[in-house]
Write a protein that binds this ligand. Structure first.
Ligand SMILES: [Zn+2]
Length: 56
């Protein structure tokens, strides 16, 4: 089962990207270097938890 995750800029802590991952095969935290429009530069984006989707 692939779960939705958020990617947060490690510099400004904003949620800029969404992705999915398979928790069975990918147990480590994801990190991507992506462009942050708030920082206006490439920053490391780290995985963060989505809020419970049943509440939305
Ligand atoms: Zn940023």
């Amino acid at each position: 089962m692939r779960d939705m995750i958020r990617l947060f800029c490690s510099n400004c802590q904003r949620n800029n990207y969404y992705t999915t991952k398979n928790k069975r095969t990918t147990t480590e935290k994801l990190e991507f270097r992506k462009y942050c429009e708030w920082c206006r530069s490439h920053q490391v984006h780290k995985e963060g938890k989505l809020p419970n989707p049943k509440k939305n």
